[in-house]
Design a protein around this ligand. Sequence first.
Ligand SMILES: Cc1cc2nc3c(=O)[nH]c(=O)nc-3n(C[C@H](O)[C@H](O)[C@H](O)COP(=O)(O)OP(=O)(O)OC[C@H]3O[C@@H](n4cnc5c(N)ncnc54)[C@H](O)[C@@H]3O)c2cc1C
Length: 350
Amino acid sequence: MTGKNSSQDRAADARYPYEVVVVGGGAAGLSAALVLGRSRRRVLVVDAGEPRNAPAAHMQGYLSRDGMPPAEFLAEGREELASYGVRIVRDRVTSVARDGSGGFTLTLADGAPAQARRVIVATGLVDELPELPGLAERWGNDVLHCPYCHGWEVRDQAFGVLAAEPFTSHQALLVTQWSKDVTLFLHTVRELPDADWERLAAAGVSVVEGEVAGLEVEDDRLTGVRLADGRVFPRSTLFVAAKPVARTGLLAELGADTEDTPFGPYPVVDEMGRTSVPGVWAVGNAASAMEQVINAASMGYRAGLTINAELLMEDVDATVERRRAGVFTAEAEAAVSRAVMGERAHGLPV
Ligand SMILES: Cc1cc2nc3c(=O)[nH]c(=O)nc-3n(C[C@H](O)[C@H](O)[C@H](O)COP(=O)(O)OP(=O)(O)OC[C@H]3O[C@@H](n4cnc5c(N)ncnc54)[C@H](O)[C@@H]3O)c2cc1C
């Protein structure tokens, strides 16, 4: 009896070579994996390698990492994870489904399946830019969206702001904290509420009516904003309100609830990142458009520690059930526990 149950337990372990699969290896996913790795969990991170801030040369506002290149930040994170036996693969998860044992089967683009008891979706978001010739090429350079990310670096320069509903004047008002030379281009916005005109005037923002047709660029630097009527306004930085669209395809496949936000539908998550689907977490920009790198990492951290505790309690309760049923001895449990810890110490599986 003892031997039978011991091998059954090992079989269950083999069915889930990973306890957690993290989809996405940006700040949120790597941070979750770090906590889980340090908690001696078997973790796989699958990362397609396209973090949102890749176009930017530097990452700002992360205490002690201010100004670090985003790629370097993530490379250091991956190195840290390796020392805890976390496996990271460069691939894309194309689908995910519940299996018959309470866990999940994920399919990778290379066709390989990965199975786990818990899934963390840390896939980030896509910034949909307004359609304007030349805009995408300058994204993250001198076409920007976030003054907290870049405002200090471009302070006191000639700012343009491309209006977009629904926050038409908000961004123009916000960036006056970094420069007093701000021009709001109304572009396709036809009307502004009176209160907006008043506030823009009070903040010293110039407003230009008329559609923007393109950008003026010299020596790989933005020099101006060109209107459809031919007028050119010299500007060296242009703020745009990109639409942040969460990458939630995998969550949709699992039937996770979403809620409408000003940025479109986002998954419903609790403060620890749990979605409405038991066993599935969403963290970072995949769960909220507002998160910067440090917040995304924090969300991942919270999810990691919650999952570790949840798995532990689940296993303890299962052992209690077996003990109550009289099918599992303390000696057998100790043997299985020693075997599992031995595997973890060696960083299995690979
Ligand atoms: C131009 C720009 C500059 C920015 N600068 C700053 C800054 O200075 N400071 C700051 O705090 N914030 C900055 N941000 C915001 C920052 O990029 C995000 O807050 C941060 O990247 C969110 O981290 P994340 O882990 O949620 O998502 P991401 O960093 O976007 O990581 C998600 C990862 O998941 C992968 N992925 C997606 N789908 C799959 C899949 N199906 N299978 C496998 N992998 C998948 C992606 O390829 C990506 O590697 C900037 C954003 C932009 C656009």
